[in-house]
Each structure stands twice: as structure tokens, then as C-alpha cells.
Ligand binder design. Structure first.
Ligand SMILES: Cc1ncc(COP(=O)(O)O)c(C=O)c1O
Length: 391
């Protein structure tokens, strides 16, 4: 199926072909991995466009072209991890700038702000971005960046990208959206008015729990200039092999993300009815507070609503949590998400361990909250695993 209203090949076609032209030197259909740090020059400053791999590498250029196309941006910049990408974004700021950050962003982003960037002359305010009045009050004359995550990790709160864009429209504020949880298959923030998209490509983009990576995608000329300079100057770039793994992985992004979301939707409906689960959080459930917004905002390239493959469950007590973890056979207790294999985690201790207890409890991240990352296995097998672990 083609993307509706777009005079270009469909998403799944671009996922396979963008950045993946056969190698001009040999015809190899799978692009070569340019494992080289440097490139021969014909004469001083006479070369084929490549001089040193921190600045530019052919395999990285292919991966960046692929990702820019999928997110609908003019440029993508690849980094060695999601946190390296977020660091590069903050490095675009000037001394004295103020940043508004969504209140339940990923724990690592919270730690980066509180333990690293807070020593620099930058101001940060955390707000509940689903509350427009709160957000409006948090904006200052020196606000330069609005940093959102939607859906949030691990509470799966959905933030209205288009609504917030309208709120800051006309002001000199870059709006950044961490799209790690949806991937460009499930949500394209640039189409909704964001200036820049962030990814931990470790997650759905990589999809096989075998590579760390991060990326920033934008069409904003000033951000393109700044990020180009930061990427080559600060140098937190991924290796050519990592870029190749990511380039290979996005060829199946549409298949994986759709199957994972279908599995998750079915599991979430089942969990919502289970007497041992006090609360099931999944944006695809009608009782989710932003279900209607998620249905509108989170769409496949073919216009269907999609709700992702993360589910959070409140089990009530630490004893029940630990019993559940110890009995699971297919869901592996591990950090991370978005891979083809199903994982389970305890955000309180694991992903959000560095956030003070009181702050976590105020947000609703309890010790007994568990987070599922649903993979592509047979849904009946996943269901049976949850069933026996909760019995
Ligand atoms: C939403 C989100 N953003 C950013 C990151 C950081 O990415 P990385 O672990 O690749 O540095 C993560 C990691 O879990 C994440 O979940």
C-alpha cells in the first residue's frame, strides 16, 4: 500500500531502499561496511567527499539518509547512543537559555540534566506537558527548547504534539520530540509541527537488542548547521558496523513494529481483565486518559491508529512483582525495549533508578510497577506466559 496523499513510494518501500542503493564499485546489493577511519586523498584537499570517518563515513551517510527519509526530515545525524544524541541537542543551546522538559521523560534524560547540564549556565523546568496551563506558565522570555517525550516512559502518557506546537508558534523555541517509543512507523513528529525528532535507535530502529545508537532528525536550517558542527567536533559518532546494523534493521521496521503493536494490543486487553493486575496502562485501551489523542496522533503511514508495544502494569506489592518476574519464561527481565524478543522491567529500580524516590512516587512510578516490551513472538505463547506467571 502507498502512503495516502503522497507522491512518493510507500513507507515500507523507502525503508528498504532509501540509503540502500547497490554498491557502485561492485554491485553488492547489501551495502558494504566502510570500516575505515581515513580516506586516501588525490592531492591536498582533493578527495571523493570523504576525508576522516568522525566527520563523514559512507556507511553512516547511508544510515542517515534512510532515517531522514523515514522521519520526513531534511537531515538525520547519527550518534553512538540515544543519550549522545540528546547531549548533542543540548549542546545546540547558548549560555542563558531555558529549556522546558516533560515531567516524566526517560530516567537517563533526567539524570543528564540534573547531574551534567545543571552545572552549565542553562535553566531547566520540568512540567506536565499534558496540562496546557502549566506549560504556558513555564515558558519564559529565554525559553529556547521544549523537550517532549510521547508516549512517556514508563507511564505512557500521551502529549499533544500539534496542540503544543500551536502554543509556542511564533516564538523562537525549538520543539523536540523523543520518538523512541513509537518509531517513524507509528508517529512522525515533524509532520505534526516538531522541529526535531530524537531517537534512541537502540530500541525499535535497531529492533534486535544488539546495537546502541541515537539520532536527531530535523529540517530546521539552524539546527542542521549546529548539529553538523557538533557531530564532527564533539565526535560521539557510531561505528560503521553499528550504522550498517541499523540500516539493515529498518528494512523490516514496518513489519516488526506493526506485529509488536498487534501483539501488545491483544495482551493489554487481556491484562485489563485480569484480577491480579490492579492497573493496566496502554494507550490503546479505551479507559486510557489520552486514548482519543493517541488514536489521532499515533498513526501508521497508512493512516491506521497504532498504540505501540509498551504496556505498564501495577501489581500492587513488591512480593507480587518479584513472584511475577521469577515465574516468567518468555519475557526476559532486562533493561531496554523495542526488540523482537519480549522483555520485562521494573522502572522504579532499573530505567528510572537515578530519580529520587519521592519524585518517582509523585509521578506514579511505584516499586510494584512493571513494564512490558512486547516482541514479535506468537501472541498465544506470550499470553500463556503471562497467565502462568500471574496464576
Ligand atoms: C525514550 C528514551 N530516550 C532515550 C533513551 C536513551 O537511549 P540510549 O540508551 O540509546 O542511550 C532511552 C533509553 O532507554 C529511552 O527510553
Amino acid at each position: 500500500m502507498k502512503d495516502p496523499h503522497k507522491n512518493q513510494p510507500g513507507f515500507a518501500t523507502r525503508a528498504v531502499h532509501s540509503g540502500n542503493d547497490p554498491d557502485p564499485a561492485t554491485g553488492a546489493v547489501s551495502p558494504p561496511i566502510h570500516l575505515t577511519s581515513t580516506f586516501r586523498q588525490e592531492g591536498v584537499d582533493r578527495h571523493l567527499g570523504y576525508d576522516y570517518s568522525r566527520a563523514v563515513n559512507p556507511t553512516r551517510s547511508r544510515w542517515e539518509a534512510n532515517l531522514a527519509d523515514l522521519e520526513g526530515g531534511a537531515r538525520a545525524f547519527a550518534f553512538s547512543s540515544g543519550m549522545a544524541a540528546i547531549t548533542a541537542l543540548f549542546q545546540c543551546l547558548n549560555a542563558g537559555d531555558h529549556v522546558v522538559v516533560g515531567h516524566n521523560v526517560y530516567g537517563g534524560t533526567h539524570r543528564l540534566i540534573h547531574h551534567v547540564f545543571h552545572r552549565l549556565p542553562l535553566e531547566f523546568t520540568f512540567v506536565d506537558c499534558s496540562d496546557e496551563d502549566h506549560l504556558r506558565q513555564a515558558l519564559q522570555a529565554n525559553t529556547r527548547l521544549l523537550f517532549l517525550e510521547t508516549p512517556t516512559n514508563p507511564l505512557l502518557e500521551v502529549v499533544d504534539i500539534r496542540g503544543i506546537q500551536a502554543l509556542v508558534d511564533g516564538r523562537d523555541i525549538w520543539m523536540a520530540v523523543d520518538n523512541t517509543f513509537m518509531s517513524p512507523y507509528g508517529q512522525r513528529p515533524l509532520e505534526l509541527g516538531a522541529d526535531i525528532v530524537i531517537h534512541s535507535s537502540t530500541k525499535y530502529l535497531g529492533g534486535h537488542s544488539d546495537v546502541l545508537g541515537g539520532a536527531l532528525i530535523t529540517s530546521h536550517p539552524e539546527l542542521i548547521d549546529r548539529l553538523g558542527m557538533i557531530q564532527k567536533s564533539a565526535g560521539a559518532v557510531p561505528s560503521p558496523f553499528d550504522c550498517w546494523l541499523l540500516l539493515r534493521s529498518t528494512k523490516t521496521l514496518a513489519l516488526r513494529v506493526q506485529k509488536q503493536a498487534d501483539n501488545a494490543h491483544q495482551l493489554a486487553r487481556w491484562c485489563a481483565e485480569h484480577p491480579a493486575i490492579e492497573k493496566t496502562i496502554y494507550p490503546g485501551l479505551e479507559h486510557h486518559p489520552q486514548h482519543e489523542l493517541a488514536s489521532r496522533q499515533q498513526r501508521t503511514p497508512y493512516g491506521e491508529s497504532i498504540y505501540g508495544s509498551m504496556i505498564s502494569l501495577e501489581l500492587g506489592t513488591v512480593a507480587r512483582r518479584d513472584r511475577f518476574f521469577s515465574r516468567l519464561k518468555l519475557f526476559t527481565l532486562a533493561e531496554s525495549l523495542g526488540g523482537v524478543e519480549s522483555l520485562v522491567s521494573n522502572p522504579f529500580v532499573m530505567t528510572h533508578g537515578s530519580i529520587p524516590r519521592a519524585e518517582k512516587e509523585a509521578l506514579g512510578i511505584t516499586e510494584s510497577l512493571v513494564r512490558l516490551s512486547v516482541g514479535v513472538e506468537e501472541v498465544d505463547d506470550l499470553l500463556a506466559d503471562l497467565d502462568q506467571a500471574l496464576a
